[in-house]
Design a protein around this ligand. Structure first.
Ligand SMILES: [Fe+2]
Ligand SMILES: [Fe+2]
Length: 204
């Protein structure tokens, strides 16, 4: 006999490969502050006799991973703007690929969780990403040597910088407050899996 299918915990479409990225239970309340108030887990480093040598930050959580990518994205925007010729084309290609995998992974792994905590924050970020995708597609079809590329590229630069700042100031603090630390670390794994998958597809 068929049993009735249970409804999904949240009405969002995520691919089966990353469905487990978003924990099925609701986010728990804020956990205890970690040493130093930073992100990521900390562990004792011990010497060969078992004595402690201090604490080091272990593998980061999804927010650490994203913040590192935001830095890289911001640097690449500067590099494209100051490069010319083949170097500019190559840096732009690198930036476009990074932006695509970055936003794709956020949309599959991060924004669905934010949507459960503050849906208007997630919706605003997705809308910004959709706008940026349109401009990026336009730039890709023009190519970096086209007239008007520089102006449109600067428009994308400003939009992506503002978008990243909104994520950093409005979205991630909410995730840090409401999500369990282990969930944020699991999300880092899924985020990187989505990017590896997408990167592989883009190279084909
Ligand atoms: Fe984003
Ligand atoms: Fe981002």
């Amino acid at each position: 006999m068929r049993t009735r299918e249970e409804p999904h915990v949240f009405p969002l479409i995520v691919t089966s490969a990353v469905a487990s990225a978003v924990p099925s239970r609701l986010p728990r309340q804020k956990w205890a502050k970690r040493p130093g108030g930073g992100s990521g887990a900390y562990a004792d480093v011990r010497d060969t006799r078992g004595g402690t040598m201090g604490k080091v930050k272990q593998q980061g959580d999804v927010i650490d991973v994203i913040l590192q990518q935001h830095n890289l994205i911001r640097s690449l925007f500067q590099e494209v703007a100051s490069a010319s010729g083949n170097e500019r084309a190559s840096k732009f290609k690198q930036l476009a690929q990074l932006l695509e995998v970055h936003e794709d992974a956020e949309e599959q792994v991060v924004h669905p969780m934010t949507k459960r905590i503050a849906s208007e924050v997630a919706d605003a970020r997705i809308e910004e990403e959709n706008q940026a995708k349109k401009v990026l597609a336009q730039l890709k079809s023009m190519g970096p040597d086209a007239d008007g590329f520089g102006e449109l590229f600067e428009k994308l630069h400003q939009a992506v910088d503002a978008h990243a700042t909104h994520e950093e100031k409005e979205e991630f603090p909410r995730l840090r407050d409401r999500c369990d630390e282990s969930d944020l670390r699991d999300m880092a794994d899924k985020f990187q899996q989505v990017q590896a998958l997408k990167g592989g597809q883009m190279r084909r």
